[in-house]
Design a protein around this ligand. Structure first.
Ligand code: DGT
Ligand code: CA
Ligand code: CA
Ligand code: ZN
Length: 632
């Protein structure tokens, strides 16, 4: 599906169309330009249809897997959602690398006003008010005006709204420095693949927070083993890679670079106008000799706190641990260093999966596992390390969108794509009527949609089980967006919040508890509604939710999309502790989205989740049985 080119990571990795599809750089750049144009047009009070046309083009480009730079004029115009005007603009951009119209438009508003649009919670309408009515030209002026109280004179600017904007400004500043895992991972894999082909490189791995599967990554840490005399060649190749824009430091064993904006390319697309792309990243590379590989990989995987814990343990055992190896305290004799397993073993520990290395309970668990493995488990041994869920354990996808609402695939295309992954079941869960901007289905449309889904189910019988479902909105007061008579017809009901995402904790807790009382809800989808680094989302009383979910037999979702990862790791941990079943779903809106599953699984692994905790790991018959059991 992708065309050759260095910007296409999927191509570079030889993974196109099967494991990793990455949006082309042209597509993601244009998508961002069009979204920004839509916002600025709205700030300027332009015609609504013009605004919508740009929003739509931005979304379509964000989801398109074919690179527009390689498309001919006819196929470009055949893309659903790209009209003639947009096609002309795209062609102009592809030919010249810029869009004069965008530059002209941006010149009509101060640059600081454009930056306001990037603050979470500040939509074009609010920004228009702040600029045109309050006369604010940049973020500094906004920050000051928020403090003086002068904004309360603006229509709709209550104390609460002002407090929210303040909070979002602080949140954006703090979160803006880290990169979502869905952007960092493709970039890291790109580097690994580029360097792996060098004959001087014996082994290469990414370490740091990425290897631990954190939802956001500060910088990438790459580890290479090579002969000492070859280190320089590796460093030269590293700093010379085409995505490198700055060399921060270059040495024999350690170098650091920065990459250009968006070189990682967005790994995902998302309906509902969630923007892709992001700034560049710092990438650290260390070259170590083969014999230190295990100790170095442990050290640079971290976390820092986990490392400190292990170092203390080494000292207590009469040894020293650093990135070169585990040595005896008195003689410097190397005890272990070549592999992580050897080092853990020498510390009387079972190997700890990287996702658990956060200095929570993993070292105690690894000690217990090690004892049990030795057959000298002294009674009463605490439970050891869990057998963490693997990507390959997942066999069903229970949250997807089709062209009926805001997805890119037809029911059949989607179901076939899921079947191609070897899954036994897929649920089609388009948006409900309250999601007007996502083309949510009215009651009548849902009735027809169910029939269409059943027809595809019949056609694909034997290949995959296709279930009729809905992602039904949990309205602000906890009611669901469809009547029970309709929900009853569905096999899977994912109930999720999409609006009223700034409710007080007590209010949204009551809202969710009420939603869960509905006997037809099977899964609670992305329960906080947060967007990583962009929107804080709701903070319901998770304990109360988990208690209700466990009593009712409702599963709580880990939405695998890297923008969401909702439940997050700590919530998922609390959920399984409370006996709640989890669902890990991609919420796929387009072809690239099924690949997001890996991030949901990493989040689950960080929470110590096993395959027994996750309904998507059930066999076909067990899943069908579970779905029935959650009813009523
Ligand atoms: P990040 O980049 O902020 O997402 O988080 P990390 O964990 O990747 O942190 P980073 O890149 O600063 O360092 C990579 C690993 O190197 C870190 O997880 C543990 C190790 N490390 C770095 N600095 C120290 C240190 O001062 N002490 C110890 N024990 N380990 C360190
Ligand atoms: Ca790092
Ligand atoms: Ca680092
Ligand atoms: Zn959704």
């Amino acid at each position: 599906m992708c065309r050759p080119g260095w910007w296409c990571l999927g191509f570079a990795l030889g993974l196109c169309g099967c494991k990793l599809i990455v949006m082309s750089q042209t597509n993601s750049k244009l998508s961002r330009i069009f979204q920004q144009m839509a916002d600025v047009l709205e700030v300027l009070g332009a015609n609504r249809f013009k605004v919508i046309a740009f929003q739509k083009a931005a979304r379509v480009l964000g989801e398109l897997t074919d690179d527009v730079a390689g498309m001919d004029s006819k196929s470009l115009r055949a893309v659903d959602g790209i009209g003639k005007g947009m096609a002309d603009r795209i062609e102009a951009f592809v030919a010249t690398g810029e869009l004069a119209e965008a530059a002209e438009l941006m010149a009509k508003v101060p640059a600081g006003v454009v930056m306001m649009l990037d603050v979470p919670g500040l939509g074009p309408k609010t920004v228009a008010l702040l600029w045109r009515e309050a006369g604010l030209n940049d973020l500094d002026e906004l920050t000051k005006a928020l403090d003086t109280g002068e904004l309360e004179a603006l229509p709709g600017f209550g104390k609460k709204k002002i407090a929210n904007i303040k909070k979002n400004l602080a949140f954006a500043e703090q979160a803006g420095k880290r990169v979502r895992i869905g952007e960092a991972m493709p970039l890291a894999l790109w580097f690994v693949e580029k360097l792996r082909v060098l004959k001087q490189v014996k082994r290469i791995e990414y370490a740091g927070s990425l290897r631990r599967g954190k939802e956001t990554i500060g910088d990438l840490d790459l580890l290479v083993t090579a002969d000492t005399e070859d280190a320089e060649v590796v460093m030269d190749a590293f700093v010379g890679l085409e995505v490198v824009t700055d060399v921060i430091a270059k040495g024999k064993t350690k170098s650091s670079v920065r990459t250009g904006e968006s070189s990682g390319a967005a790994g995902s697309s998302k309906g509902g106008g969630i923007p892709g792309g992001g700034g560049g990243m710092q990438v650290d590379l260390r070259v170590v000799p083969m014999e230190s590989y295990g100790a170095a990989l442990m050290y640079f995987t971290g976390s820092k706190e986990h490392n400190v814990r292990l170092r203390e343990r080494a000292i207590a055992m009469g040894m020293k641990l650093n990135e070169w190896g585990l040595t005896k305290q008195d003689s410097d004799e190397v005890v272990a260093s070549g592999s992580e397993e050897d080092v853990f073993e020498a510390l009387d520990l079972a190997w700890v999966p990287p996702e658990l290395r956060e200095d929570r309970v993993e070292v105690a668990l690894a000690e217990a596992s090690h004892k049990a493995g030795d057959g000298i488990a002294g009674p009463p041994a605490p439970p050891g390390l869990p057998t963490l869920i693997e990507l390959s354990d997942i066999q069903a996808e229970l949250h997807t969108h089709t062209t009926a609402s805001d997805g890119m695939w037809t029911i059949e295309q989607l179901a076939t794509a899921v079947a191609d992954r070897g899954f036994h079941t897929v649920a089609i869960t388009d948006h409900s009527k309250g999601q007007v901007q996502a083309n949510g289905l009215s009651d009548e449309r849902l009735e027809k949609h169910i029939i269409a889904v059943r027809r595809v189910a019949e056609k694909l019988k034997g290949r995959i089980t296709v279930l009729a479902g809905s992602e039904v909105d949990i309205l602000a007061d906890g009611r669901l967006d469809y009547p029970d008579s309709l929900l009853k017809e569905l096999d899977v009901v994912v109930a999720s919040p999409h609006a009223a995402l700034t409710q007080e904790p007590a209010k949204c807790t009551a809202r969710f508890l009420k939603a869960m009382e509905n006997p037809y809800v099977t899964i609670m989808g992305h329960p906080t509604g947060r967007l990583v680094g962009r929107r804080e989302g709701l903070s319901p009383d998770m304990g109360a939710l988990f208690k209700a979910a466990s009593e009712r037999g409702v599963a709580m979702e880990i939405n695998a999309n890297h923008w969401r990862l909702d439940l997050r790791d700590t919530h998922a941990r609390a959920a399984i502790t409370a006996g709640v079943k989890l669902a890990i779903n991609t919420d796929a809106h387009g072809p690239a989205d099924l690949d997001q599953l890996q991030y949901g699984v990493l989040t689950a692994r960080r929470a110590g989740v096993t395959k027994n905790d996750v309904v998507n790991c059930l066999s076909k018959t067990a899943l069908a049985k579970w779905l029935k059991s959650t009813r009523g």
